[in-house]
Design a protein around this ligand. Structure first.
Ligand code: PA5
Length: 452
């Protein structure tokens, strides 16, 4: 079986000679600190050997639960935010038909995502859509107290019980949460929902290979065993005993730190040439953004879908401030085959492409863009994925997770906390007069009055 591969040749030319080699000691140190649990955030290292530790019995328990939901639901709402939904959405969208919601495919339930915003229209329209549907809910929250998710779950639980009756609703509501704490756990225990535990030592953005990601992915009809197998193979390929030059995560971590430190590259744009990968980039943005963006440091993770965004962001990338580099996820072989037809009149002048695969044109667009952007001063890292299937997406997930752990350690931050996320919550609760926030509430109201 092939692995995903990394090509940094068009990035190292922006670095001083020997830079990648010079990072070897730092990378090794970071890997050892992760392995030995001596790095900052060492109580959140449960993801490190997670793929190889998942047992077939555990996967079966998840699959059995997914089968109950699949058998009893036309639609399944995954309620979660941040790390509690992005991984599942990334995998499901990468593997699904691009028009799945328009296809009347009765063999799979429609998977919907909510609990990731507080948009009134969004929630209203969701509840409207679900009105005549047999639907179930997977309530995912590690803390069990996240406002967006808890509010959404409150709405959906009520609606599900009203539509299906309390007893029937119990069969199709599942909680993925803490073993003992939080409102999601309390509700699940009280109502007798099936539950899965998010391990204490796995942070949200590293949790896609726990039931947080695996249960929704299994509900969508994808093979979670293959996903975990791919991740486990990457765990070996990127382990601390792998040769440095052959360890893609080590090299990716080294090059991105080199670009940041030496070449003033403060922004990494994750690029794809397959629209299905849009949410892989969203997941990646959270993984790296929340892990590295702290202590006034960190590369800003951005993303573009090409060639679409070449017609909106292409100008900036080619000639804007030279603080960016690109990482491209390139899929070697698409799942489907489509040839451009010949046209007798050739009014569009495109007969020179007749008989060619759509992907051949896409690949030339990728190569042409790479050449142009590198010429324009944009370093290019390329991750090649043989095909889009569960196995290789599993590889990609673990590759990014371990690269993030190494990279954050090299950067000198704790990659496993997210203290900055609390600031908006505190203000929001104070503004909403949440009990317990009386002093903050007074202070924020005084401040707003002064600012008027
Ligand atoms: O990565 C993280 O820790 C966060 O993005 C969380 O996943 C997110 O805030 C949701 O938290 P919770 O699962 O506690 O509802």
């Amino acid at each position: 079986m092939k692995n995903i591969t990394l090509d940094v040749s068009k990035a190292v030319q922006f670095l001083k000679e020997g830079t990648v080699k010079n990072y070897e000691a730092k990378v090794k140190e970071a890997q050892e600190a992760l392995e030995n649990g001596t790095c900052p955030g060492n109580d959140f290292l449960g993801w490190l050997h997670l793929p190889s530790s998942i047992t077939p019995a555990f996967l079966k328990e998840i699959q059995d639960c997914a089968n109950i939901l699949r058998d009893n639901c036309e639609a399944i709402v995954v309620a979660g935010i941040g790390g509690s939904y992005l991984g599942a959405r990334a995998v499901i969208e990468a593997l699904s038909n691009s028009f799945s919601w328009l296809i009347n495919d009765k063999s799979n339930p429609t998977i919907l995502f909510a609990g990731n915003n507080i948009g009134e229209d969004y929630l209203y329209e969701l509840t409207e859509y679900l009105k005549d549907k047999k639907f179930g809910v997977i309530n995912i929250s590690k803390s069990g107290t996240t406002t967006e998710t808890a509010l959404t779950f409150r709405l959906l639980k009520k609606q599900c019980e009203e539509q299906r009756g309390k007893e029937e609703a119990k069969k199709v509501i599942v909680a993925v949460t803490d073993a003992t704490k939080g409102a999601a756990r309390a509700a699940a225990d009280k109502e007798g929902y099936k539950t899965f535990v998010i391990p204490d030592n796995v942070g949200g953005r590293f949790s896609v290979l726990t039931p947080v990601g695996l249960l929704p992915i299994a509900c969508a009809g994808f093979d979670i065993t293959k996903l975990v197998e791919g991740a486990a193979d990457m765990e070996k390929a990127c382990g601390k005993d792998a040769a440095y030059e052959e360890n893609p995560a080590a090299i990716y971590a080294a090059v991105r730190n080199g670009l940041y430190d030496q070449a003033g590259k403060k922004i990494e744009i994750m690029v794809n040439y397959q629209p299905k990968l849009h949410f892989i980039s969203e997941w990646w943005k959270q993984l790296f953004g929340e892990s590295e963006g702290k202590d006034n440091k960190g590369i800003f993770p951005a993303s573009c879908d090409f060639t679409t965004d070449l017609h909106s962001m292409g100008q900036w990338i080619q000639q804007g401030e030279r603080t960016i580099y690109e990482t491209v996820i390139s899929v070697e072989e698409p799942d489907k085959k489509l040839l451009f037809p010949s046209d007798e009149e050739n009014l569009d002048g495109l007969n020179f492409l007749a008989g060619k695969r759509v992907d051949e044109v896409n690949k030339m667009a990728e190569l042409g863009t790479r050449l142009a952007h590198v010429d324009g001063g944009v370093p290019n890292i390329r991750i090649s994925v043989p095909v889009l299937n569960e196995y290789y997406i599993g590889q990609l997930i673990y590759f990014f997770e371990i690269a993030c752990g190494i990279s954050g350690n090299i950067l000198g931050v704790n990659p496993f906390n997210q203290p900055g996320v609390e600031a908006y919550k505190k203000n929001m609760f104070a503004l909403l007069d949440k009990p317990g926030y009386e002093e903050d509430s007074k202070a924020i109201k005084e401040r707003l009055a002064k600012e008027k």
